[in-house]
Structure formats: C-alpha cells, structure tokens
Design a binder for this molecule. Structure first.
Ligand code: PNS
Length: 161
C-alpha cells in the first residue's frame, strides 16, 4: 500500500520553514500532497492560485510531492485521497494548543488518518508567513526566509499594499 500524507496549510506565502517540513515528509511517505487550504481565521494576502504558483517551482525537485487546493474540510479530503497522515510542522509550545485542537477535531471527523507533527529545524523556529510579510511590507530583507521566486512575488505585491 502506498503511504500518502497530506501537508495542509495556508502557505500565504510559502517559506523555507514550510519547505523544510515538506522535504522531510517526502522522505517519510511514498507520496506527499501539499494542500493549500482555507483557514477561516485568516485573511489571505495571495489567492489560492498564486500560492500554488509560488509553491510549485520549489517542490518540482521532489518526485513524490504534488500540490492541490482545497476549499472544504481537510478531513474529507484526507479520506477521499486515502491518506494515512496529516503532516504539520511544530515550531514552539505556542503552536501546540491550536495544532492539538485541530488534530483532535480532524481525528473525530475522520479516524483513518493520524496527525504527525515534525519539529521544525532550529533555524526556522521563529519563521512564519506573517513575519515574512511584515518584514517585506516595511522594506526589510526577506531573502533569508523565502526562495527567490517567492521573494520577487512577495515584493511586487506587498511593497505596494
Ligand atoms: O497554515 P495554517 O493557517 O496554520 O493552516 C491551517 C489549515 C489551513 C490547515 C486549517 O485551517 C484547515 O485545515 N483548513 C481547512 C478547513 C478545515 O478542515 N478546518 C477544520 C480544521 S479542524
């Protein structure tokens, strides 16, 4: 049986932190679906399609990684594609309560998949899409945090906002 994992997130935009988790997940599972999903609590800066464009260039080197978009319930998607795991990155204790709540809710909605947490690499502990956007908005250098094509995309968009 092929072991499929779903790596869901807003990815608004994708950072080196996300890419590190995706790469590590691709080594653990036969197939990884990076799932750009709607977080009802967040107002996104980029459309789902724009986020897909930003991710695809940086995941094309992984043979077993594909990208998809979801405007619905994660648990339903996971069930429909036959995934056995939902992979999330955990940065700090502050992430835990929220992630734990989502993991329990998803398990209740669909018990056939486990949520698997990968601890973030130490250099990405502080990194988040919102921190990157804030730095970019005020003209700071975001090159240590995002790949080049994403950097250009973000700058062309956010600096004007
Ligand atoms: O990167 P984020 O914003 O922390 O990711 C959260 C996300 C998008 C994975 C979560 O909001 C989600 O799963 N959205 C899809 C809709 C859904 O299933 N919501 C209930 C989750 S318990």
């Amino acid at each position: 049986m092929r072991k499929i994992a779903v790596c869901p997130g807003s990815f608004d935009p994708i950072t080196f932190g996300h890419l590190d988790i995706i790469k590590r997940a691709s080594m653990l599972f036969d197939k990884v679906i990076v799932l750009i999903s709607v977080n009802a609590a967040k107002m996104p800066s980029f459309t789902l399609y724009e986020r897909m464009m930003m991710i695809s260039k940086n995941t094309e080197q992984f043979d077993n990684v594909v990208i998809d978009i979801l405007d619905g319930l994660l648990a339903d998607y996971v069930k429909n594609v036959g995934a056995i795991a939902i992979v999330k990155g955990l940065r700090a204790v502050s992430d835990f309560e929220y992630e734990f709540q989502m993991a329990l809710a998803n398990k209740k909605l669909y018990s056939g998949a486990e949520t698997v947490f990968l601890t973030t690499s130490a250099e990405n502990m502080y990194l988040s899409s919102s921190v990157v956007k804030q730095i970019a908005q005020f003209g700071g250098d975001i090159s240590p945090f995002v790949p080049e094509n994403v950097l250009e995309f973000i700058q062309s968009r956010l600096v004007k906002e």
